[in-house]
Ligand binder design. Structure first.
Ligand SMILES: *Cc1c(COP(=O)(O)O)cnc(C)c1O
Length: 398
């Protein structure tokens, strides 16, 4: 692929269609085994090199490899490694980098599955974990230690859309020899380029905007070539949560429309956020594209697309949640995000703290100052803005 081309061109122009008669679409290759030669690749993945031919599908397959190359290109990374889900990518990277005696600094607010895995499994395996508010650089600086191996964060974070200054955190972390991993699922590569800001790894749940159609699970880690080769062996081949070729093929198809979908999600989210901000029953609308976002300046500097996620609070939220679930016709009351359908879900603060986050009282107070007793998380889909707004208006009425 030619890097002089705009991202929209690169995502459409398949990189294997140069000879006459070649298919324009990436072929879907369904084969678990590939023809080998005794002098070629060895029986163990330990001997696998970068130029090794395809051998066995848990190691690598052609359709998935094409997707990995395209995702690496999109993030400006040397290489990418796909997994069966976002959680498989996250847990694979954390288990690879961390071990007994190492220290992890992680953002206090992140995807519930990540928070629960880190607090449970990683601590059980002897990893020292310090959750901090990564939007506060002083907290990050104070948490770093000589044995800090990794600073892990989400920006914007799920579910309350707080941002972290990735460039500043990377400078602090690298100062003590730690690496930085950013889960940029909510921003997508169209909105955020963490590697260019100094992060060492960027992760995505491909299930969300990149898949974009609500029909496929997947995950990816993008980073340096040598580090991802080690990750492939340690976490992909040995833990086995590989992405299968068919979901990879669906993801390749989805990628070709990602820039246009993100432009539409963002444009509609801006209209809906402006509507919500003026609604008398709604308060504290959090959207990185609004001037009222507490980190609007950082959003302008760091995000090239402010995505389709909005969080807001409402008076008597449990009753409002019930009304939304019963009355909404265009928007669906459901979890997840990044689909063609608009989705809304209420996340009460008490429940999140009890189950997923279990933060210290100081971090809990910070969460409550930002998110109150709970937020409605709204993922704006691809429907017409006016229909979404009318639907929310009738459902929010008393
Ligand atoms: C959904 C999500 C994940 C987990 O991804 P799966 O594909 O569901 O495993 C991780 N991080 C963020 C920010 C998410 O939104």
């Amino acid at each position: 692929m030619t890097s002089e081309w705009d991202v929209r061109t690169r995502l459409v122009r398949a990189d294997e269609a140069d000879e006459e008669g070649a298919p324009l679409n990436t072929p879907l290759v369904l084969s678990t085994t590939f023809r080998a030669h005794p002098e070629g690749v060895g029986f163990s993945a330990v001997d696998m090199g970068e130029q090794s031919p395809f051998f066995y599908a848990r190691w690598s397959t052609p359709t998935v490899r094409t997707l990995e190359r395209r995702l690496a290109d999109l993030e400006g990374g040397e290489d990418a490694l796909c997994f069966a889900s976002g959680m498989a990518a996250i847990t694979g990277l954390l288990l690879h980098l961390l071990g007994p005696g190492t220290h992890l600094v992680i953002s206090d607010i992140c995807y519930a599955g990540t928070a629960e895995f880190v607090r449970g499994t990683l601590r059980r395996y002897g990893v020292d974990v310090t959750p901090v508010d990564t939007s506060d650089l002083e907290q990050v600086r104070a948490a770093l230690r000589p044995n800090t191996r990794l600073v892990y964060l989400e920006s914007p974070c799920n579910p309350v859309l707080k941002l972290t200054d990735i460039e500043a955190v990377a400078t602090l972390a690298h100062g003590v020899g730690a690496q930085v991993a950013v889960d940029a699922t909510l921003a997508t590569p169209i909105g955020l380029q963490p590697l260019a800001l100094g992060a060492d790894f960027v992760l995505h749940s491909l299930t969300k905007y990149i898949g974009g159609h609500g029909d496929v699970l997947g995950g990816v880690v993008v980073g340096g070539r040598a580090e991802l080769a080690a990750l492939r062996q340690d976490s992909l081949i040995h833990l086995g949560a590989v992405l299968n070729p068919f979901p990879a093929w669906l993801l390749l198809r989805s990628l070709s429309t990602l820039p246009q979908r993100m432009a539409a999600h963002e444009a509609t989210a801006r209209e809906v956020a402006a509507f919500l901000e003026k609604h008398p029953r709604v308060h504290h609308v959090l959207y990185p594209g609004l001037d009222s976002h507490p980190q609007a300046a950082l959003a302008r500097r760091q995000l090239r697309n402010t995505s389709g996620m909005i969080a807001f609070q409402a008076e008597d939220a449990p009753a409002v949640a019930r009304r939304l679930a019963e009355r909404l016709k265009v928007v669906h009351y459901a979890v997840s995000l990044g689909k063609p359908h608009s989705l809304i879900f209420y996340l009460p603060t008490d429940e999140l703290q009890r189950t997923s986050f279990q933060l210290s009282s100081e971090l809990q107070a910070r969460y409550r100052a930002w998110a109150g007793d709970g937020v409605f998380r709204l993922s704006i889909g691809l429907e017409a803005p006016a229909d979404i707004i009318r639907d929310l208006e009738q459902a929010l009425a008393p």
